[in-house]
Design a protein around this ligand. Structure first.
Ligand code: C2E
Ligand code: CA
Ligand code: CA
Ligand code: CA
Length: 280
């Protein structure tokens, strides 16, 4: 920016200062939100491609700010990672999800397995499995009720620590999914090194599925074959159209989620999908 003259440099400085102020402000606001009910969890249903039945749901965090309205996680997760608030945020989310599962059960509903996203910054933390176990214990929930989603970027740094954490989860009986597959910079070779059970194909691959781009179907097909050869289940995310649905089924994905079926919705709306699955 410096080379574009004095004004733009000043503008650049002003913008930086403004961003820093924003970040500072938002960080303080997040601190307050974490102490109240302002952080909630929405649920996006996942379905089996084989018969279209509900297979689970992904927990997606939402922040309801009194003035700013609904703030999406893309805005505050990275902020929380920078500020160190991500630990507390993840505890709040896990507590929320575990309590919700317990409440559903208490009212006679069978909750499907709920996927919880873990921040890439946290997966090499050796304390993480104990933290998860504490939340399960507090609400009397068995580990199989959860599935944890980690992203590819995780495994590059701290590979050994990450494998250690994932092995702990495996011993606890918690399955782990590799999220956003195909968007990372890493090679395919570490896929077999990671003790995971599920692979989620990033929605950028699903978006371009169609007769106009046959090579895209070839790529997805190869990913599915690779994953199945490694014993992993494959989830297609970001299914938005009937055509994409057709491809996802045809190419052998095991599960799917996306706006075609439902957006992430508040717990009480998700609950209606569980109505048909009452005990006894
Ligand atoms: P993600 O884990 O890849 O989650 C999927 C995102 O795609 C969600 O956005 C979801 O609402 C959106 N999505 C689902 N179906 C479709 C579709 O058909 N089309 C399109 N265009 N989008 C779709 P959301 O909820 O805004 O979350 C964004 C990201 O924020 C997540 O990406 C995840 O990385 C992060 N995140 C969300 N909740 C949590 C959380 O509880 N903990 C952590 N650590 N990260 C979270
Ligand atoms: Ca996810
Ligand atoms: Ca994803
Ligand atoms: Ca993502």
């Amino acid at each position: 920016a410096k080379t574009h003259g004095k004004n733009s440099y000043v503008g650049y400085r002003a913008e930086m200062a403004c961003q820093a102020r924003d970040e500072f402000h938002l960080r303080r606001e997040l601190g307050k939100a974490l102490e109240t009910e302002a952080i909630t969890v929405y649920y996006q249903p996942k379905y089996r491609t084989s018969d279209g039945t509900l297979s689970g749901a992904e927990a997606l965090v939402r922040w309801h700010h009194p003035q700013l309205g609904l703030i999406t996680p893309d805005r505050f997760i990275p902020l929380a990672e920078r500020s160190g608030q991500i630990d507390q945020l993840e505890r709040v989310i896990l507590d929320n999800v575990c309590r919700q599962i317990r409440d559903w059960r208490a009212s006679g509903l069978t909750a499907p397995r709920i996927s919880v996203n873990l921040s890439a910054a946290r997966v090499s933390d050796p304390q993480l499995p104990d933290m998860v176990q504490r939340h399960l214990d507090r609400h009397g929930i068995e580990p199989q009720a959860l599935l944890l989603e980690i992203t590819e970027s995780v495994s590059i740094k701290g590979m050994q620590e990450t494998i250690g954490t994932l092995e702990r989860f495996a011993r606890m009986g918690i399955d782990v999914a590799l999220d956003d597959f195909g968007t990372g910079h890493s090679s395919l070779s570490y896929l077999e090194q990671l003790p995971i059970q599920q692979l989620k194909i990033d929605r950028s691959f699903i978006r371009d599925l169609g007769p106009a781009m046959p090579q895209q179907a070839a790529i997805v097909s190869s990913i599915v074959t690779l994953a199945h050869n490694l014993g992993l289940d494959v989830v297609a995310e970001g299914v938005e159209t009937e055509e994409q649905l057709h491809y996802v089924v045809e190419l052998g994905c095991d599960e799917m989620q996306g706006y075609l079926f439902s957006r992430a919705v508040p717990a009480d709306r998700f609950e209606r999908l569980l109505g048909g699955m009452r005990y006894g």
